[in-house]
Design a protein around this ligand. Structure first.
Ligand code: MG
Length: 161
């Protein structure tokens, strides 16, 4: 088994919706990024790649490449997942934290878990998601940024003869 960690931060700007965890959440702010700015999927990509020392999201999808402008981060996660599979590994489980003052994630949690599980082609019970506020202090608490963290456990696949 291998474990990997991922972390990402994106700035918020006025105007929704908020793309997070592969879904669009009705909100009055959105995340800025070269791609679609999906901070949670980016953290997951880095965690799964990190587990097998396969580089990071910036290597797979350089922000200097115009082709990545506005790219759907679900495509990035699918590509990372393909890398994982091609090297003989599969997702064991993910544990994720989203640090956001608003919106409350509770009502979106199951939808996001299902969406991530669908992208990864695993059962939703392998995808954990927790929301934390910034207690109204710091860049998270002032709603300047959303931060995401992910720990991923990967398992070596059985060799099929
Ligand atoms: Mg990012």
């Amino acid at each position: 088994m291998r474990v990997g960690i991922g972390h990402d931060t994106h700035r918020l700007e006025p105007g929704g919706p908020l793309r997070l965890g592969g879904i669009d959440i009705p909100h009055d702010k959105s995340l800025i990024g070269h791609s679609d700015g999906d901070v949670l999927l980016h953290a997951i990509v880095d965690a799964v790649l990190g587990a097998i020392a396969a580089g990071d999201i910036g290597q797979l999808f350089p922000d200097t490449d115009p082709a990545n402008r506005g790219r759907d981060s679900a495509e990035m996660l699918e590509a990372a997942c393909d890398t994982v599979k091609s090297l003989g590994w599969r997702i064991g489980n993910l544990d994720c934290i989203v640090h956001a003052e608003r919106p409350k994630l509770l009502s979106h949690r199951q939808t996001i878990r299902k969406r991530i599980a669908d992208i990864l082609d695993v059962d939703p019970d392998r995808v954990s998601l927790k929301g934390k506020t910034g207690e109204k202090i710091g860049p998270v608490g002032r709603e300047e940024v959303i931060v995401a963290q992910c720990v991923a456990l990967l398992e070596q696949r059985e060799i099929e003869n």
